[in-house]
Design a protein around this ligand. Structure first.
Ligand code: WT7
Length: 655
């Protein structure tokens, strides 16, 4: 039985960087040479060049007890000092760290000097509430500067933060607070979303309310940031205003160094089943790779760039590319509180024009939703400051890639498609802008110092041109150090499949092209076997999105008596097309189109034209639920959907 994934879609457009971009880029081909010659030495150099060490390390990687890695183990550093004080000491205290734009249009420009002072006060405030080294602090905030300040204040005193996405429910918050036995929660009265104040504090009250749960016992204090101006319930003795606590705190605070392996944070990520996993990241290795990737793969020049990573602080992208990466480099960045369409659909482009954003890093799901609305919206704004665009979170279909480059990047900006995960902590596979000739739809090459492969079920390398499973074959600095409180789950989830080879298995399918470069094919759980061919959802979705009528597509394998699985597609049609075409006609056209693009084997049995797709809060399509619909089953658990009503709409549309 073959377990490789069949490859059907060809994409041969190539985009070399301009001579001007290449001449000014941080990345060079030489980095790959250096890393190849001495991988550990290369990472040691990066750690020394990019960070300040209070106690220099002498050891690089300790892999004597796999899969528990230690990097730079005898070194000591302060993550907060690296992100704050050292920039002030170097004379850059007046440089803006955060250009904050609230959804209602309020602005705050926070310099490195001001951010450092705020973090010092917050660190003192936490300490005065008894929080210290190793304690867990849950952070449940909107996308406001206090989120970064709270995280850095924890880092400064060696407390471990666990950021819980502000869109999660009281139940999700409770289970995360319980699992980590957090002693303190930082929240806000609310935050602005879609023109309204979305309350947060009531969810905290609810999460901590029921007697007999763990949360009731461990949480001593709740610090509340005033943002929305809502009336809130107050628990005397437990609840404190953030601004009052900070006003009362001293602005002097010495950054304490901690060992490189001191845990920096826990971030919960939903497993395929059961309770969320608390992914644990450490300090020295994590910060090294966060800064390295932000400098080379996203090409930040701290003196001149205005960086904008649109991720919420509740996801790993918000940790690595809003807080730790850009601040470690001393960069200037935009932070935006609200949704892209509020108060008008051009809000993001207006922000880029207003602040002169030079590097934009966002997700394919956002790009496709802008495609759906049409290019006339971004074209009303001056986007000429942009010089580099990044993508993360899902495979970016070639058509979306081209649209992103043409419409947002004026047809000239390089695009970096960055593959990584909550667990990897930072980018692993991505083109190096200025060095790599870009291929639309491909994440291309592992970063210097990162070793990955595409293998079959037995762990053997697949030949170029074939598909299989993406693995990381050697430990990397920002790798997860474990699953909070559950070492067995850590081993079982990530290391058991290729235990003999010692590979980390990421859960993704991928293929190597003729040049040996990597194309992500989606989660292997989503791969479908049609008449003995293993087809990737990503390729068929890409073919659909390449049709001029389609804005978004999700493909699943439905049970089929003849073929085992049959391809079933759910598509969102562009607004301009809907009026002029009948759904039946469009479905017929699309079936023929997919057949022509990638072959009759991929021809969808059914095509449903829908108005929405089920997505998680981080924008990933939940194909499991669509499989239920395609198979005519009762739709499964929808609680992690961003909008739980979507599935009833889709079920009705399919009927
Ligand atoms: C999964 C990890 C990476 C931070 C945000 C998501 C998918 C991520 C890409 C990409 C294809 C991608 C993978 C991965 N993914 N980036 N550039 N191309 N797929 O973090 O929530 O932990 O999700 O996202 O399936 O395993 P996450």
């Amino acid at each position: 039985m073959s377990n490789t994934i069949d490859h059907l879609l060809d994409e041969d457009r190539r985009f070399p960087p301009s001579a001007d971009f290449a001449a000014n880029a941080n990345g060079t081909a030489e980095l790959y040479e250096r890393a190849k010659a001495d991988r550990e030495g290369f990472w040691a150099d990066q750690a020394r060049e990019l960070l300040h060490w209070h106690t220099p390390f002498t050891q690089v990687l300790d892999w004597s007890n796999p899969p528990f890695a230690k990097w730079f183990d005898d070194g000591e550093l302060s993550v907060a000092y690296n992100c704050l004080d050292r920039h002030v000491e170097a004379g850059n205290g007046d440089r803006v760290a955060i250009l904050f734009e609230g959804e209602p249009g309020d602005e705050r420009r926070i310099t490195y000097a001001e951010l450092t002072t705020e973090v010092k006060k917050a660190a003192n405030a936490l300490q005065s509430l008894g929080i210290g080294h190793g304690d867990r602090v849950a952070i449940y905030l909107p996308m406001i500067p206090e989120a970064a300040i709270a995280m850095l204040a924890c880092a400064r005193i060696g407390a471990i933060h666990s950021v819980v996405f502000g869109g999660f429910s009281a139940d999700s918050l409770r289970s995360r607070v319980d699992d980590a036995a957090a002693r303190l929660v930082v929240t806000a009265d609310g935050g602005y979303r879609k023109g309204k104040v979305s309350p947060l504090k009531p969810a905290v009250d609810q999460a901590l309310a029921d007697r007999g749960t763990g949360a009731q016992e461990t949480v001593e204090h709740v610090l509340v940031v005033r943002r929305g101006g809502n009336d809130i319930e107050w628990t005397e003795g437990r609840d404190l205003w953030w601004h009052e606590a900070l006003d009362a705190a001293s602005d002097e605070h010495e950054a304490t160094p901690f060992p490189a392996e001191n845990p920096l944070y826990i971030l919960y990520t939903s497993g395929t089943t059961g309770k969320p996993k608390g992914v644990v990241h450490s300090s020295g290795g994590y910060l090294t790779q966060a800064a390295f990737t932000n400098k080379y793969s996203l090409d930040i020049h701290p003196e001149s760039d205005v960086f904008w990573c649109t991720a919420d602080i509740g996801w790993v992208t918000g940790h690595t590319y809003v807080v730790y990466g850009p601040l470690a480099l001393g960069a200037t960045q935009v932070m935006y509180e609200g949704t892209p369409e509020t108060p008008h659909p051009g809000r993001w482009w207006e922000i880029i024009q207003k602040y002169g954003v030079t590097i934009l890093y966002t997700a394919p799901t956002a790009i496709r939703s802008f495609m759906k609305q049409g290019r006339q919206i971004p074209q009303q704004f001056d986007l000429s400051s942009l010089r580099l665009l990044g993508s993360v979170g899902e495979p970016i279909n070639p058509e979306a890639w081209i649209w992103y480059r043409d419409v947002i990047g004026s047809g000239r900006t390089p695009i970096v498609d960055t593959w990584w995960q909550t667990e990897t902590g930072a980018t692993m596979v991505a083109p190096m802008p200025g060095v790599t000739d870009a291929k639309p739809g491909s994440a291309q090459v592992p970063l210097p110092g990162i070793l990955v492969d595409v293998v079959d079920e037995q762990g053997a390398t697949v030949d170029n041109g074939n598909g299989g499973l993406l693995v990381v074959t050697a430990p990397w600095p920002s790798m997860l150090r474990g699953v909070w409180g559950d070492p067995e789950r850590f081993k079982e989830t990530y290391w058991a499949k290729f235990a003999a080879q010692g590979y980390y298995f990421a859960g993704d399918g991928a293929r190597k092209d003729e040049d040996g470069e990597i194309w992500l094919l989606g989660r292997v759980d989503d791969v479908m076997n049609v008449s003995g061919h293993r087809l990737s959802t990503t390729e068929i979705e890409s073919a659909l999105v390449a049709h001029e009528s389609v804005a978004e597509a999700a493909v699943v394998g439905a049970t089929d008596e003849t073929t085992g699985k049959a391809v079933v597609a759910f598509v969102i049609v562009k607004e301009s097309y809907l009026a002029a075409h009948s759904p039946e006609g469009l479905a017929g056209d699309l079936r023929g189109w997919v057949s022509g693009q990638i072959g009759p084997i991929a021809r969808p049995r059914d095509i449903y034209i829908v108005s929405e797709l089920p997505k998680t809060r981080s924008g990933k399509i939940m194909r499991r639920l669509l499989r239920d619909v395609a198979d005519g089953h009762e739709v499964g658990d929808t609680t992690t959907l961003a909008d739980t009503a979507v599935m009833s709409v889709i079920s009705a549309q399919v009927k």
